[in-house]
Design a protein around this ligand. Structure first.
Ligand code: G3P
Ligand code: MG
Length: 225
């Protein structure tokens, strides 16, 4: 079962910061998940729609200027990193699960993954691009069909893993609160991997592994190494 550091090693350092990414690499992570949003011509690695929980700033991230976002403290005096800064840090040393948060992300992520392959030692196989925003995910697939995509759901769909197959996904990424053996079997029957978020307890990890789950997103990669 693959272990994916969720927002970096976010149980040990401020989430989605370079410190969290660096710590995940130090812990030997083979894969890191991060969230990206588009604001003022830049891709920012940040989870929430609003800035208050994770920074000393205020407001909706996508409405802010580059100067303002770059000035904020994202915890432990870390800055909100850009996707390019994280890519430069990781430099092909592990897989990156890039989660598209909302609109206007597919095109810049397609462009930046191409540039990182040319300049930072990544290959196409290093990326898994995922989203709850299925139209944006489909847009990304149209731009870079050779890159694996992960179809996210926060619910248990009536038709099981069918939506992920329709999207042409490599994986179905689902919530630990809803995953069950029927969904795992349905995903596998359709040739899909099944990845589960967010799993911080080792006992939950063991139960999911025995259910046949292919990977987990965890804030505590240290517990699963
Ligand atoms: O990609 C797995 C997980 O990150 C999806 O949910 O809200 O933590 O981005 P969220
Ligand atoms: Mg995420």
């Amino acid at each position: 079962m693959q272990i994916i550091a969720h927002r970096g090693a976010s149980g040990l350092a401020p989430e989605n910061t370079l410190k969290a990414m660096s710590l995940a690499l130090d812990l030997g992570a083979k894969a890191i998940e991060l969230d990206v949003q588009w604001a003022d011509g830049e891709l920012w690695v940040f989870h929430d729609r609003r800035l208050e929980r994770c920074t000393n700033g205020q407001g909706v991230l996508t409405g802010q200027s580059r100067e303002y976002l770059a000035s904020l403290d994202a915890g432990d005096e870390e800055r909100i990193p850009t996707l390019w800064q994280v890519m430069a840090l990781v430099a092909g040393r592990c897989e990156l699960h890039i989660e598209l948060k909302g609109a206007h992300t597919a095109e810049p992520v397609a462009a930046l993954t191409r540039r990182a392959e040319a300049e930072l030692g990544f290959t196409q196989a290093h990326w898994i691009v995922s989203s709850f925003h299925h139209p944006e995910l489909l847009r990304f697939k149209g731009l870079r069909p050779e890159i694996r995509i992960g179809a996210l759901t926060a619910s248990l769909p009536l038709d099981g893993a069918a939506f992920a197959e329709t999207l042409g996904a490599w994986s179905l990424n689902c919530d630990v609160d809803f995953v069950d053996e029927t969904l795992v079997a349905d995903a596998h029957r359709r040739g899909l991997k099944i990845l589960v978020y967010t799993v911080d307890e080792v006992s939950d990890g063991i139960a999911l592994a025995s259910m046949g789950v292919d990977g987990i997103f965890t804030n505590r990669p240290d517990r699963f190494s």
